[in-house]
Design a protein around this ligand. Structure first.
Ligand SMILES: [Zn+2]
Length: 261
C-alpha cells in the first residue's frame, strides 16, 4: 500500500474555551472523532510505520502545547500516534505570528514537551522555521527556513525529520525542488477542489490532507476519511481560502506599523 492513499486529517488546536475562527476543537468533540475512527477499525500511525489498510494519519499544525495536554491522552487510550508539524522558531513561545487582534493567544510546545511527544511515538515534523508565507520569500530564504527547521527538530529529538507541511499551505512551484534537495520525503498538502494534486514529485511523496474545523461532526469526519462528499471538500476549501487571508491582513498590519517619515 502506498503512503499517498492513507486518509489524513488536519487539526490545529485541541482545547477548551472559545476563540475566534474555526481551528480550535473542544477535547470532548475530538474524543468523539477518535472514538469513531477506533470503533470503525482505523488506527492512526506515523509515516515511519508500516502502511496497510485502515490506517490514517492524524496531523496537527503549528505545534501547540494544547495538543500534548489534550490530544495525546485521548489518542493514547486507543494507541493512536499523531504527527505534529512544528514551526521551530516558536518553540516555547506564544503564537504572535498569527493575526489575532490580541485574541486567540496560544502557547507553542516547549523543547521538553516536543521530546515527550517524540518519546511517546509521535512523529515530529517540520512546518518551517518562521511560519512565513513562502510566496513572500526569496528562494535562498526558503532554503534556509527549511534547513534550519529540520536541523533544530532533529537535534531536539535525535530522529530524522522527513515530513513537512508549508505555512498557510502556500507552495510556490520552486519549493518542491528545494524540499527534495534539503532531504524531506513526505509533503502534506490540503486536498484541492479544482485540480488533482500530483501525488509524486521526484523522490517526494505527496499526501493530501482534509482539514477538520470546530463545526465538523463525527459524520463529517467519516466523509473526509472516505472522500465521499464533494460538498464536504467544497466547504473545506472555502474555509481554507479564507484562512489564507491571514497572510494579506498581516501584510496590511505590518505596513501600518512601519515608522512614518
Ligand atoms: Zn501553520
Amino acid at each position: 500500500m502506498k503512503i499517498q492513499s492513507i486518509p489524513t486529517l488536519t487539526y490545529h488546536k485541541i482545547d477548551f474555551g472559545f476563540e475566534l475562527g474555526l481551528n480550535k476543537i473542544h477535547p470532548s468533540k475530538f474524543n468523539k472523532h477518535i472514538q469513531l475512527l477506533s470503533k470503525k477499525g482505523y488506527k492512526a500511525i506515523t509515516t515511519k510505520c508500516e502502511y496497510s489498510s485502515k490506517k490514517v494519519f492524524i496531523t496537527f499544525d503549528d505545534g501547540y502545547q494544547n495538543v500534548l495536554l489534550n490530544a495525546l491522552p485521548i489518542m493514547q487510550k486507543v494507541k493512536f500516534k499523531g504527527i505534529i508539524f512544528v514551526s521551530s522558531n516558536f518553540i516555547g513561545k506564544i503564537n504572535n505570528w498569527d493575526i489575532n487582534f490580541g485574541l486567540n493567544k496560544n502557547r507553542h510546545l516547549s523543547k521538553v514537551e516536543i521530546q515527550e511527544l517524540s518519546n511517546n511515538g509521535w512523529e515530529i515534523a517540520s512546518h518551517g522555521h518562521n511560519h512565513y508565507a513562502y510566496s513572500k520569500l526569496k528562494l535562498s530564504e526558503i532554503r534556509e527556513d527549511l534547513i534550519k527547521s529540520k536541523n533544530i527538530l532533529e537535534d531536539l529529538t535525535g530522529k530524522e525529520v522527513i515530513s513537512f507541511t508549508s505555512p498557510f499551505n502556500i507552495m510556490p512551484k520552486e519549493v518542491w525542488e528545494l524540499l527534495s534537495e534539503v532531504g524531506y520525503k513526505n509533503i502534506f498538502i490540503q486536498k484541492s477542489l479544482f485540480s488533482e494534486n500530483n501525488k509524486e514529485f521526484r523522490d517526494l511523496n505527496i499526501i493530501e490532507r482534509r482539514s477538520v474545523y470546530c463545526i465538523d461532526s463525527s459524520k463529517n469526519i467519516q466523509k473526509k476519511i472516505l472522500n465521499s462528499s464533494k460538498f464536504e471538500l467544497i466547504k473545506e476549501n472555502t474555509i481554507h481560502s479564507c484562512s489564507k487571508l491571514t497572510v494579506y491582513f498581516k501584510k496590511i498590519e505590518e505596513a501600518n506599523l512601519l515608522p512614518q517619515s
